[in-house]
Design a protein around this ligand. Structure first.
Ligand code: NAD
Length: 491
């Protein structure tokens, strides 16, 4: 078996921000520590950037954009560079996977099999699409030509969460770079390391200096100045609903930049009376809540189940939970590592305490393990008023609620402020179509747990999303402006 602990010791980790093709410190000279959540060991001291660094990065991104060195390339030239970039990510699979596991506490097997390959795949998909997209010509009289064209917005800022550091970066920079923009990435302060290495690989692939920049630091010091900067044309964010709201304020109070928000969720799986194969449903749903320590925006943290199959499902879920080993992220057998930070651990623990205090029945888990590890936890007898039914926990904690009719099940599934994803189990194809339409969610999976693929748009209804979608060609819309060029031919 590969010894990832030994590999980790040999990797040299980035320790600077990346602006205009160069490694740099914060102008203030200040730094902050990023630590391994599995051990508490400090991995690196990173620049604590602030608004002065934001000004420099925006100027570099704007200059690169105006120069046309990237924005005015033929789409097929951008495609070639980005395909090379995706290839370099694949060439550096092990290194990137180990850095991600160290910095985020994610299991190494997931990093190797999902996070890094999906990152490369996302960048390649958008690269390959770009030289196959046509603009439009409007219907007009023979005396005029009306062109409807899409142009890159200019300077894009991407503010990222810590739960899928590489993949969330790819979901933003893939379409933003493919469409010709310059980008400034602000990774989550807990997990900045892979973003820095990715920027370095982009330059190696041929992305010009200033086109992809990474500023490390805290949300209020870097995220807010990016959100308020008049030199930023579009801001794309993935993170909590609470911070997402702030970006709308920042935009409204500055230049009304385009804002695209992918935010929190409290996604439900609905198991109807006619659902079959409860064992398989339990396996899929254990994955849907426990995978990535439950630190997943589409985690199905609620199950609404018809009373006729309730007890069998809860028992099968309890059995599944026991199979989720929690341990060292660098051990390839580990399915779940620690939660990302002490603050997050405290939040998850307090929500579990609220579940107990408000009368939910604990089926399994509920306790911590070593350090920041949290055991897979299932609550039954959860009602809609309870905190664990309404609030995103973002940990491996499942709330099971009983319903007596299909209508009640759908109504309960929709009874939170969120609308990111939903899952539906039924063997009746007519019900599947009808209920999928009734579920208030950006993605509905039927008889599976899924977020769709890179080709399908991803985003949320209600308090889960605003202003656009990640993935698919739909993601290009938030990084491009629609322009009409009307040419009078009579003169
Ligand atoms: P967060 O909102 O706390 O932080 C996200 C980013 O915003 C970080 O880079 C942070 O530094 C920055 N930020 C924090 N405060 C800020 C401020 N005042 N101004 C500007 N920027 C600020 O979220 P998180 O804890 O990193 O991630 C977890 C959340 O992300 C969960 O709610 C989860 O559901 C959500 N998420 C959503 C999706 C999706 O696609 N919908 C995907 C992954 C995660």
């Amino acid at each position: 078996m590969t010894d990832y602990r030994a590999i980790a010791k040999q990797i040299s980790l980035p320790s600077k921000a990346f602006v205009d093709g160069e490694w740099c410190d914060a102008r203030s000279g200040k730094t902050f520590e990023t630590a391994n959540p599995a051990t508490g060991e400090v991995l690196a001291e990173l620049p604590l950037c602030d608004d002065a660094d934001v000004d420099i990065a925006v100027a570099a991104a704007r200059a690169a954009f105006r120069s046309g060195v990237w924005s005015c390339l033929h789409p097929s030239e951008r495609k070639d560079v980005l395909i090379r970039f995706a290839g370099l990510i694949e060439d550096n699979l092990t290194e990137l996977a180990v850095i991600e596991a160290l910095d985020a506490g994610k299991p190494i097997t997931d990093c190797l099999e999902i996070d890094v390959p999906e990152t490369a795949r996302c960048i390649r998909w958008h690269a390959e699409a770009q030289d196959k997209i046509y603009d439009q010509v409007a219907p007009s009289s023979p005396d005029a030509v009306g062109l409807i064209v899409r142009e890159p917005v200019g300077v894009v800022a991407a503010v990222l969460p810590w739960n899928f550091p590489l993949m969330m970066m790819a979901w933003k920079i893939g379409p933003a770079l493919a469409t010709g923009n310059s980008v400034i990435v602000k990774p989550a302060e807990q997990t900045s390391l892979t973003a820095l290495r990715i920027a370095e690989l982009a330059i190696e692939a041929g992305v010009p200096a200033g086109v992809l920049n990474v500023l490390t630091g805290m949300g209020p010091d870097v995220g807010e100045p990016l959100g308020r900067h008049v030199g930023v044309d579009a801001l794309t964010f993935t993170g909590s609903t609470e911070v997402g709201r702030k970006f709308l304020e920042y935009a409204a109070q500055s230049n009304m930049k385009e804002v695209c928000l992918e935010m929190g969720g409290k996604s439900a799986a609905v198991v109807l009376e006619d659902a079959r194969d409860i064992g398989r449903i339990a396996e899929l749903q254990a994955n849907a809540i426990f995978w990535n320590m439950g630190e997943n925006c589409t985690a199905n943290s609620r199950i609404i189940v018809h009373e006729s199959v309730h007890d069998d499902l809860v028992e099968a879920l309890r059995h599944q939970a026991a199979a989720w080993s929690v341990g060292d992220p660098l051990n390839p057998e580990t399915r779940n590592g620690p939660l990302v930070s002490q603050d997050h651990f405290t939040k998850v623990s307090s929500l579990v305490r609220a579940g107990l205090d408000e009368g939910a029945r604990i089926v399994c888990g509920g306790q911590a393990g070593e350090g920041l590890e949290f055991q897979p936890t299932i609550f039954a007898d959860v009602t809609r008023e309870m905190t664990i039914f309404q609030e995103e926990i973002f940990g491996p904690v499942l709330a099971v609620t009983r319903a007596s009719t299909d209508e009640e099940a759908i109504e309960l599934a929709n009874a939170t402020p969120y609308g990111l994803a939903a899952t539906l189990y039924t063997t009746d194809v007519a019900k599947a179509h009808r209920c999928a339409r009734q579920l208030e969610a950006g993605t509905v999976s039927v008889n599976s747990y899924s977020e769709g693929e890179i080709s399908t748009p991803f985003g949320g209804f209600k308090a889960s999303g605003f202003g656009g979608r990640d993935n698919g060609l739909h993601a290009h819309e938030q990084y491009t402006e629609l322009k009409t060029i009307w040419i009078d031919l009579t003169g």
